[in-house]
Ligand binder design. Sequence first.
Ligand SMILES: Cc1cc2nc3c(=O)[nH]c(=O)nc-3n(C[C@H](O)[C@H](O)[C@H](O)COP(=O)(O)O)c2cc1C
Length: 297
Amino acid sequence: MLTLKTSNLSPVQIQGLLNCAVAPRPICFASTIDAEGNINLSPFSYFNIFSVNPPICVFSPSRRVRDNTIKHTLENIKEVPECVINIVNYDMVQQASLASVEYPKGINEFIKAGFTMLPSDLVRPPRVAESPVQLECVVKDIISLGENAGSGNLVIAEVKLIHISEAVLGDNGKIDQRKMDHVARLGGDWYCRVTNDNLFEVAKPVRTVGIGVDAIPFAIRNSKVLTGNNLGQLGNVEHLPADEEIAGYAQLPEIKALLNATMGDSQNRELQLHLKAKESLDMGNVDEAWKILLMKP
Ligand SMILES: Cc1cc2nc3c(=O)[nH]c(=O)nc-3n(C[C@H](O)[C@H](O)[C@H](O)COP(=O)(O)O)c2cc1C
């Protein structure tokens, strides 16, 4: 494993490594305004949500690595401590990237990048009409992380209004993750798109106290077939199935067939049982997988 001391690296090297490693990052498309009313729009992927009560988002316009100057977004926020954080979806990504061009101060990137300005209700900067979710924010604080080229500036923005396009709402009135079509930033020029076929769910462990991987019987924990993800699923159950349940399951024709076919060959039986359990786990059937795994090899 390569181990690097950041004190031996240049800011550009660190940026290259961390941008690839700490990814994907959501994109805050921030609109701001200066005291004269000039509007600015820029994307920032050093961004996330950090609190829901109060609702706080943080993004970081860094000092330019090239000449250590300050970005217009930060200058504007210092003059007018308000912003709108517009969420970027796939349909917007090329124009959002265009808005990151270093246009001179006073140039409105809504116009340069071809986005529509929508008046905000509470704050002065306008919203991006094309964005599926727009957050009107009041900036509570700016924390400078240094004075050198590449130093970040944490903009602590309190979300006051959340505007949501009906197009991304599900029947239950909540945001449907599958409809957001998010894009996110990775290292270099790479982005990723959250499509339906790469979305998956992981059952939250907070409501139950899972037995833990350490409580999984040794032969299962050291399986040559089951992966770390599979062990995580198995360790997330509260109880193992009762003996009667396992015995009942063993009466299913396909299980009976598997047991008959591997009679007298305990190694092969274990392998076949683990393969079958893995199939169940990969389909999300954790209880079924446990019944298969706890069958006598
Ligand atoms: C997707 C994307 C994400 C970016 N993220 C950041 C970031 O987190 N911090 C930053 O300082 N610059 C970031 N940039 C570069 C800024 O958008 C760029 O410097 C922009 O011109 C700043 O505009 P301004 O000077 O008008 O504020 C990003 C660019 C893109 C395309």
